[in-house]
Design a protein around this ligand. Sequence first.
Ligand code: MG
Length: 379
Amino acid sequence: MVRPTDDFIARMTVWHLQLPVLSARDHGIGRVDQNIDIAVVELQTSGGYKGYGEASPWSVFTGSVEASLGALTRYAPPYVLGRKLSDRQAILRDVNHAVAHCTEAKAALETALLDVTGIALGVSVAELLGGAVRDRIPLSCSLADPDFDADIALVERLQADQVNIVKLKTGFANHRFDIMRLEELRKRFPHLQIRVDYNQGLTPFGAEEKLRDVAEFRPDFIEQPVPARHFDMMRRLREGLSVPLLADESVFSLADMHRAIDEEICDGVSIKIMKSGGLKAAQDIAALAEAKGLAAYGGDMFETGLAHLAGTHMVAATPNITLGCEFYQAKYYLKEDILSVPFPIEDGAVVVPKTAGLGIVPNLDKIAHYAVHSVSLES
Ligand code: MG
């Protein structure tokens, strides 16, 4: 009997896209302005099924788009083309051996494999990942505009859309600016849930005092105040804090999570498929965190709705990711998204698609419009 997963991968197409954004955004580790660079991969099977995935690198955080494109067009194809859909795990293992790092490219590839397999079998990506445990995920939107008045206007728009969680990006200007923004947010929006993320923006010297000031505003948590490598300082800060401390840049991999637990550096962790190198690996990290009683959050990079969909299915199928998600860029940050219908957000939550694969396909005209380069390879 021939099964849909006996289909082999006949063609692989990779696009480099540059997508305009609505404003500059400042983070502790760097700025985004004008455009974001991403790679989109399309896999087509011998039976004509198609699946899509996105690599969303940020050069100061996970890596460069050039590295993602190199991984997807040069190092991965020999282990992808001609292989059966049922070989998904072996394909990902082989690509992992063929090229180091490039976690965003590996996430894109796994996303496309899950999407096309789900479509071939008529099940959602969340079902392939064990099944959804939630059908809505509370949405958090980040505030990182150097123009704070623009962020106030954004919060007003968010409130009108019933989005009630924000993450204030701090540590890119000065402490006074951070405290002023917290005061204003608490005053103007008393019921808003506030999280704080430094993106490594503080030096260890003097960080304790600054975090104590921030903790006075009772944020849900404070994320990654100091550079990723300062595990000892993360632990010290956590011990002295009255609010939970989250690790983001300190934890990319399962091994990092293991070390973070061993060294007791955090109360929770931001899980991102672009850091872990895929959806399954992200689930594993969340499960390890759960074993130690740590909470987890559905983070992302600068993404389109395509990568948001991958994150959405992963979060939906991962019981321990209980702190919501930040899949806001498609609706609130890009000038135009690349999906064929808007990324689904309703009443302040991301709605998990139930249809086959990722549930929404990209618009190929928009991909062509924003493409600066593309490569197509056949088996
Ligand atoms: Mg973060």
